[in-house]
Design a protein around this ligand. Structure first.
Ligand SMILES: Nc1ncnc2c1ncn2[C@@H]1O[C@H](COP(=O)(O)OP(=O)(O)OP(=O)(O)O)[C@@H](O)[C@H]1O
Ligand SMILES: O=C(O)C1=C[C@@H](O)[C@@H](O)[C@H](O)C1
Ligand SMILES: [Mg+2]
Length: 173
């Protein structure tokens, strides 16, 4: 099986993705981490040195490479992945996509709690500025996220809850 997790920054894609991969006994991949490994520099460095367009190009290429080489995996995508370079079509056509729908208020708390790991977002001057930015980003991305066949709306989405969703979906289609 190929299971793809999409959603906003700090939605829990990496955390839940790892746990799901263990539960299903398939390899876990994190698209941001794959890009970092191949580029030998952090996401922030790539953005600062070569710009977002370059990052999005790399993101699309690495996604396609992973899909071609990994018949089974749980993949945590980057927050913007489904919104660029027809990546969403790649996801929808090659695996099962789950949208982690987490309220902006929860995302704000998580970003503030782990500021060091998200320098771009946590550089915003106030919690209100962060909240506005996340609302704005979500508004633009919702149309992409909503095309996922599976959605987990609780702020805390358990491995068991996802397994049931997947089971129900795969027996219904
Ligand atoms: N189900 C959960 N309940 C509570 N906290 C969680 C949960 N899942 C993740 N977190 C916490 O929220 C933060 C973000 O989680 P994580 O890094 O998995 O998100 P992400 O979607 O991969 O983010 P990014 O888009 O930045 O890669 C982490 O600090 C993590 O410990
Ligand atoms: O939401 C976004 O646009 C991003 C989220 C991260 O996962 C990284 O892919 C990068 O920082 C861009
Ligand atoms: Mg992540």
């Amino acid at each position: 099986m190929r299971l793809y997790l999409i959603g906003m920054p700090a939605a829990g894609k990496t955390t839940l993705g790892r746990a799901l991969a263990t539960a299903y006994g398939v390899p876990f991949r994190d698209l941001d981490e794959e890009i970092v490994q191949r580029e030998q520099r952090s996401v922030s460095e790539i953005f600062a040195q070569d710009g977002e367009d370059y990052f999005r190009q790399r993101e699309g290429d690495v996604l396609r490479d992973l899909v071609e080489t990994m018949p089974e995996m749980v993949l945590a995508t980057g927050g913007g992945t489904p919104c660029y370079h027809h990546n969403l079509e790649v996801l929808l056509e090659t695996g099962l996509t789950l949208y982690l729908a987490v309220p902006v208020s929860v995302l704000v708390q998580r970003v503030l709690a782990a500021a060091a790991s998200r320098p771009l977002l946590s550089a915003l001057p106030t919690a209100q500025a962060l909240e506005s930015r996340l609302h704005e980003t979500l508004r633009a991305r919702q149309q992409f996220y909503d095309r996922a066949p599976l959605r987990c709306a609780a702020p805390v989405c358990s491995v068991e809850a996802v397994r049931q969703l997947v089971e129900r979906y795969t027996t219904a289609v």
